[in-house]
Design a protein around this ligand. Structure first.
Ligand code: FES
Ligand SMILES: [Fe+2]
Length: 371
């Protein structure tokens, strides 16, 4: 399967953004992630919970049931599961076999996101979630904003590679956020301990005619520093610092402002993706109109990306045909990012994947035994 190998669709021993914090409360929320049906809710004390959404009794979705204090009662025959997934009540009998359970997924809230760990729970380490300060959602000089969740009808790796090759700004987004200089600027790509870092410096750029320039209040020539951080496989912080150009600017060196766009890339299925986006800025933090101006510029670019990726996915649905993929120098970061994801998939290993699957099947088998 382009661009990953057949049967190697997603890394599972990873954190993915499952929801915005405000989406999960005392109502049951059904959401498919990595092809698995999950149900989310919060306990009475506010702790987020993620369980397999399939009631192991007859597979009725637990999300169609109801919350009883911190437990979910299935809406079909009333079997009840606590927030660890353990079955605690079967209305038709007094005792519950100890193996009866649904799978519970580790879940963790960081800033306004709920992250879920889709692999072996023993490996879930919250230190692997992108650092809030690095991505500017926990920095006193920055104002982070919740964006939204877009259902994208395209495979997640297309979005990852879109975000890793920002030379597309000069073409796909030439009418809002990208000048011609983005595509031709030299790019540095460096693999850091926690992420892949990509940088571009565009000197004496002309942006004040574009919506992004107007939103920032850019005047005259601008030096633009573009920084991208990719936390494989599921998160990007991209953005730009805008300063009056040192060469030819009207006020050389003056900082106009910096913006970071935050992208959570969560596979829903092999060919669909939950796209969680937000943003953060370091200027005019008390100006609500600036928040809306930033939101509007980002949304206009987002619509263009989504349309392009859905066009590509539709093209891929017809098969890869007899054309081989070609790559250019600007793909260095995309190809590096692709390899990082492939490596993560390999590191999941068939043995560990099989073990998790075995545990789940053992549970499911045990659950089918009549008592
Ligand atoms: S399907 Fe859930 S209790 Fe029967
Ligand atoms: Fe884009």
């Amino acid at each position: 399967m382009y661009p990953l190998k057949e049967g190697q669709t997603f890394p599972r021993n990873q954190w993915y953004i499952a929801a915005w914090a405000h989406e999960v409360g005392r109502e049951l929320l059904a959401r498919q992630i990595l092809g698995e049906p999950l149900v989310f809710y919060r306990t009475e004390s506010g702790m987020p919970v993620a369980l397999d959404n399939r009631c192991p009794h007859r597979r009725y979705p637990l999300s169609k049931g109801r919350l009883v204090r911190d437990s979910v009662q299935c809406g079909y025959h009333g079997l009840t599961y606590d927030c660890t997934g353990k079955c605690t009540a079967i209305p038709s009998q007094d005792s519950v076999p100890p193996t009866y359970a649904v799978r519970a997924y580790p879940v963790h809230q960081a800033w306004e996101w709920l992250w879920v760990w889709m692999g072996d729970p023993a490996l879930a380490d919250i230190a692997l979630i992108p650092d809030s300060r690095t991505i500017k959602v926990d920095d006193p000089d920055w104002l982070p904003e919740v964006g939204g969740r877009v259902p994208l009808k395209a495979r997640y790796q297309l979005l990852n590679e879109n975000l890793l090759d920002l030379s597309h700004l000069s073409f796909l987004h030439s009418d809002n956020i990208g000048s011609a200089g983005v595509a031709t600027a030299p790019v540095s790509v460096e693999e850091r301990e926690t992420h892949l870092e990509v940088a571009r410096y565009i000197k004496s750029d002309r942006l004040d005619h574009l919506p992004v320039g107007k939103a920032f209040g850019l005047e005259g020539l601008t030096d633009r520093t573009m920084i991208q951080k990719f936390f494989a496989p599921s998160f990007h912080a991209t953005g730009s610092d805008f300063d009056s150009a040192m060469s030819g600017g009207i006020d050389p060196g003056r900082h106009f402002g910096s913006l970071r766009v935050l992208h959570g890339v969560t596979p829903e299925t092999a060919t669909t993706t939950h796209y969680f986006w937000g943003f953060s800025r370091d200027f005019k933090r008390d100006d609500a109109r600036m928040t809306e101006a930033m939101r509007s510029v980002i949304e206009s670019a987002l619509v263009q990306d989504i349309e392009a990726l859905e066009e590509i996915e539709a093209m891929l649905a017809g098969g890869e045909g007899d054309i081989a993929e070609i790559s250019a120098r600007a793909d260095a970061a995309s190809l590096r990012g692709r390899r990082m994801v492939e490596r993560q998939i390999e590191n999941d290993g068939p043995a560990r994947g099989a073990a998790v699957l075995h545990d789940m099947r053992a549970n499911a088998t045990a659950s089918r035994e009549p008592v």
